[in-house]
Design a protein around this ligand. Sequence first.
Ligand code: RIB
Length: 297
Amino acid sequence: MRFIDFGSLNFDHVYRLSHLVRKGETIAAASYQRNEGGKGFNQAVALAKAGQQVHFAGAIGPDGTALKVYLEKLGIHTECLMSVDIPTGHAVIQVDDDGDNSIVLYGGANRSITREMIEGVLDRFEQGDVLLMQNEISGGAIILEEAARRGLRIVLNPSPMAPEIMSWPLEYVEWFILNEVEAGDMTGEEEPHKMLDALLRTYPHSHFVLTMGEAGAICASDGRRIYQPAIRTTAVDSTAAGDTFTGYFLYAMLNGKTLQEAIRLAACAASITVSRPGAAVSIPVMEELEKKWTIQK
Ligand code: RIB
């Protein structure tokens, strides 16, 4: 079984501010940093830092070599990382004193993925391999269709949520990992268990992990619901916390952990990410978790 993450890579331009800028307001940033990020990139980094072999597929422009080098330093396979003649994607991220953020995305190379590129990537994989995808690259519906046609198992993090996702062939998704905003948009419900009820009615063969920030997470799978409280920490920057959760949860599931162990491991890893600044750079390695908590081997 091989694991492929088909997703975005961004340069994150991060501005620390006392509060997120309001409409019509101009405020001076306390600091500025350029970091490596992108939901696809961060999730691959989390998987690799947990100990998973990962293949990464996506697109960078001529300015994106540093992102490729970063992946390769972590042992992530980059044969499916494509170079295009469009600038690499970037994100403008505001982070406030509570560690909350708001993000503006420029898709760039991430939005240049075509059917031909998708088929070229997926032809390298086979039945039983696992595909992880998000919604920061073009061709989402095609990736789902083509992956399902080849018998890949599909994990979808429908982030950032957009109306077009509802027209994708979501019945092919084995695992959805999503937050309350995404689940609310997909179902029209406001209460977490009602969101899960509605999702299970529409996709009865799928499994779900619903993340709720400080309120923890719920896993709904095979008729069971498992609740995991959030691990308390001092929030510095929530960027990539969801990506860390996704990466560590999948690592645990692919490596024979129980659902309870997987969701706890994911919550522990995400709590470390929240406690420090940046995206990929803030994601912990497994040894850091093992020093703080008892982790089932
Ligand atoms: O999930 C966090 C990521 O979202 C950031 O790294 C940024 O690039 C945006 O894609």
